[in-house]
Design a binder for this molecule. Structure first.
Ligand code: ZN
Length: 200
């Protein structure tokens, strides 16, 4: 199936970091999300010393940008702050409870174990608008991170959660999901984003 056909499909839970089929409050003034080929997206994010009020304020700004863009995951570098902070909400935007929100926060995340078996997911990214493609990643991972209360947490992730956290953690290393694709597909993605920007 071609990428263009996929885009016309309604949202499935397989899609990441992207369109959720409801509009969100449009009167918010969220910080803009950087898109390729902005060089800031290639920066390696620096660790956070501790989760304090300043980091929590950044998290709130990130959530605002993420919800406004109808995404389900965002790394701080995507709004121009190259620090190791990720926000995510895998429950938001579902048809049966469109206003339900369950934001999650991951600071200085590490993968301390990954499964040998891989799972393919069709991914998208707010920094690579309107391009989706399949990426294979470890199906299960064990994470260690600081939460919003600066507590060190270990947690297992699988399914969409595992894919999403690995996608977002790539951002902390300056890696985009299209960097996992062939040169041909990556060039196609970049050309598409360029075209969208020209049309905007
Ligand atoms: Zn992304």
């Amino acid at each position: 199936m071609s990428a263009s056909l996929r885009e016309c499909e309604p949202l499935t839970p397989r899609l990441l970091d992207l369109l959720i089929s409801r509009s969100y409050l449009s009167d918010m003034t969220a910080r803009p999300i950087l898109t390729v080929p902005n060089p800031i997206l290639k920066q390696i994010s620096t660790p956070v010393a501790a989760v304090d009020d300043a980091i929590r304020a950044l998290m709130d700004e990130m959530l605002e940008s993420m919800y406004e863009a109808k995404g389900i995951g965002l790394a701080a570098v995507q709004i121009g702050e190259p620090v190791r902070v990720i926000v995510m909400d895998l429950e938001w935007g579902k048809a049966d409870a469109p206003d339900h929100r369950a934001p999650r926060f991951f600071v200085n995340p590490e993968i301390i174990w990954r499964s040998d078996d891989l799972a393919p997911y069709e991914e998208g990214c707010l920094s690579v608008p309107e391009y989706y493609d399949d990426v294979e990643r470890p199906a299960k991972v064990r994470l260690r991170y600081l939460n919003r209360d600066n507590e060190l947490v270990e947690e297992d992730a699988e399914g969409m959660f595992a894919t999403c956290i690995q996608h977002e953690m790539d951002h902390l290393e300056g890696v985009l999901f299209i960097d996992h694709l062939s040169r041909l597909r990556r060039d196609r993605a970049l050309a598409k984003v360029k075209k969208i920007k020209r049309a905007a």
